[in-house]
Write a protein of this length. Structure first.
Length: 212
């Protein structure tokens, strides 16, 4: 008489398949973000308040079918939050290791001490300290570029930036010399600078003072 039954190797194969499926189901939600941030670099290492700042992020994905979706930058006081994003092609996570690289540009920032927090929704975090010094030569030509725009044009955005800074606790102008509209001794930023800028923009008044 012969007996037929399920072999042990077959049981092990089925168990292995089940483990792989469970692993894929668990790992799939993780594929919605960069899953492991290895290294973060900031350049220049000693920026001033005229510098464009570059943050480079290196890490890896847990799934083969995960693709980068860029990153966002938000500033809250003296903390810079950078969040990396990724997405899948809609299939199950195929466990593997895929390395990624991302680069972000922002700035200039007002002089001061900052914390840079790089994160994703896994969550995985990297904290870095950033010191921004003051460049005494940041003011170029004439003052008035209060918001630090790269086109150096004096427009309504500069006026809004100055009002926000003076009366609503807004961010410090990237270059304080640009906010010294009347060229006062000592570079004090006060109501006379605001009046000077409004008069220049809307009443044909005297142009902002030349930079020191």
């Amino acid at each position: 008489m012969q007996y037929h039954g399920r072999s042990k190797p077959s049981d092990r194969c089925r168990a292995l398949v089940l483990v792989l499926w469970v692993t894929a189901l668990i790992a799939a939600p993780l594929s919605s973000a960069f899953s492991n941030i290895d290294t973060v670099y900031i350049s220049p290492s000693s920026p001033d308040n005229t510098s464009e700042i570059i943050v480079r992020i290196y890490g890896w994905y847990p799934c083969f079918n995960t693709y980068p979706q860029g990153a966002t930058v938000q500033q809250r006081g003296d903390t810079i939050h950078i969040t990396s994003h990724a997405a899948t092609d809609g299939g199950f996570c195929i466990p593997t290791i895929r390395y990624y690289y991302d680069s972000l540009h922002f700035g200039p920032l007002a002089p001061g001490e900052y914390s840079v927090v790089v994160s994703d929704s896994t969550p995985d975090y990297e904290y870095l300290a950033l010191t921004v010094s003051s460049n005494p030569d940041c003011c170029q030509g004439r003052s008035g570029n209060v918001d630090g725009s790269f086109d150096d044009v004096v427009d309504i955005s500069d006026l809004v930036f100055l009002v926000d800074y003076m009366f609503d606790g807004g961010p410090t102008p990237p270059c304080l010399g640009e906010a010294d509209i009347d060229g006062s001794v000592g570079g004090v930023i006060d109501i006379s600078d605001l009046v000077h800028l409004v008069d220049y923009m809307f009443s044909g008044g005297i142009a902002p003072a030349e930079c020191p």
